[in-house]
Design a protein around this ligand. Structure first.
Ligand code: FE2
Length: 377
């Protein structure tokens, strides 16, 4: 692994960050049943009802439910009839992430900067208004059919976006401590990782902060390569994976097969107390990848002293890794929809800024055991 310090001068010919981003605004998933998906994210992951758009707001094509937990907003969208763009997306990919929306101060400026650097337009800047003010949104394509929408909401006081109304319901399970999106990983086709690394560098002003090759990320059977791109202030981190040749089919190949193309592999969400969060998730039926308990026999030897009780970590299956700056705790759910495609990571950082390289081998072997059961290894 090579760890490099982001160099600001690389971002804009020695000038400032040309694409300032405040954070993730929302993540929109196209799903086959948004109403039931919303219930799942509320019941299992501790999200609350926030907003709704659909027939009751005059939208005759789509129904969207927005759920929220701290800084994380998920939009779950389904078509109301056949032959829609959303429907075609779901037919091809199954449920998955369509939009990663980025919160910016000026969505027109962000769009123009990206376009002038070679982005492909998804949506020209549009001003959307209601009695709560106005939002400006614009959008560009990323890998596969994923898009980034720039959201400028400084003149808006409404619950989510114009076109949505508050979704009031008495059923809102307790939150489980999910705070914000830590990073979001994309799987791209063999030979395309560097293309997308260049895209994030040139078009979005991101910097590569880490890279892993197949020597870092390989098991007896499968391998992958990954580069991590970060925006100027570090609030947006996009690792990009591509498969590497291995003896059997890698998890990235399996994803690309079942998603029928490139897309978001996992969304990592941060917590301040992973033991509490994961206990609650498991109580609510969320399933996680498990590593052999022998992982914990040598844990302290590998990562040194940590604050958490190792027995609790073993019981829950939480993984630990250390870098120069501290340590992190992480765990990965099994895939969360019918197709073996997207999953979630729960992560707690205690100083560490890396991504758990020390866990890759144990983790990928756990994934391979799942693939074996599916007959897709
Ligand atoms: Fe991750």
């Amino acid at each position: 692994m090579s760890l490099t310090t982001p160099k600001l001068e690389k971002l804009h010919e020695g000038a400032k960050d040309f694409m300032p981003i405040n954070g993730t605004d929302y993540i929109e998933l196209y799903v086959s049943n948004s109403k039931q998906a919303a219930h799942y994210y509320k019941s299992a992951f501790g999200f609350k009802s926030l907003a709704y758009a659909g027939l009751e707001t005059g939208n005759k094509e789509y129904e969207s439910y927005v759920v929220v937990q701290d800084k994380i907003r998920l939009v779950l969208t389904s078509p109301l009839r056949s032959g829609t763009e959303v429907g075609k997306h779901i037919d091809k990919h199954g449920d998955g992430v369509k939009v990663t929306a980025l919160w910016v101060d000026d969505a027109t400026y962000a769009y123009n900067e990206a376009m002038k650097r070679g982005a492909t337009s998804f949506m020209e800047p549009v001003v959307e208004k209601d009695d709560q003010g106005q939002v400006v949104r614009s959008g560009i394509y990323s890998y596969g059919e994923v898009v980034h929408i720039f959201v400028e909401r400084k003149d808006y006081n409404g619950v989510f976006l114009p076109g949505f109304k508050a979704w009031n319901t008495s059923y809102n399970p307790e939150p489980i401590g999910l705070k914000f999106v830590d990073h979001m990983v994309g799987n791209v086709e063999l030979g395309r990782m560097n293309y997308w690394v260049d895209f994030y560098e040139k078009v979005m002003g991101f910097t590569q902060i880490m890279s892993f090759d197949d020597k870092d990320i390989s098991t007896e059977y499968t391998a992958l390569m990954s580069k991590v791109m970060s925006n100027g202030n570090g609030r947006i981190k996009f690792p990009i994976n591509e498969p590497a040749p291995g003896l059997k089919k890698s998890q990235v190949d399996e994803y690309l097969d079942f998603y029928e193309g490139e897309g978001v592999q996992h969304i990592a969400v941060a917590t301040d107390n992973i033991i509490q969060t994961v206990t609650e998730l498991q109580n609510r039926g969320v399933e996680f990848l498990k590593v052999p308990t022998t992982y914990y026999d040598v844990l302290e030897e590998r990562v040194g002293k940590i604050d958490e009780d190792i027995d609790s970590l073993r019981e829950l299956g939480i993984l630990v890794d250390r870098d120069d700056e501290g340590y992190l705790l992480q765990i990965f759910t099994k895939t969360v929809q019918a197709r073996p495609t997207m999953f979630f990571e729960i992560i707690q950082r205690k100083g560490a800024t890396s991504f758990g390289k020390g866990n890759f081998k144990a983790l990928f072997e756990a994934i391979e055991r799942e693939q074996e059961l599916r007959g897709t290894l």
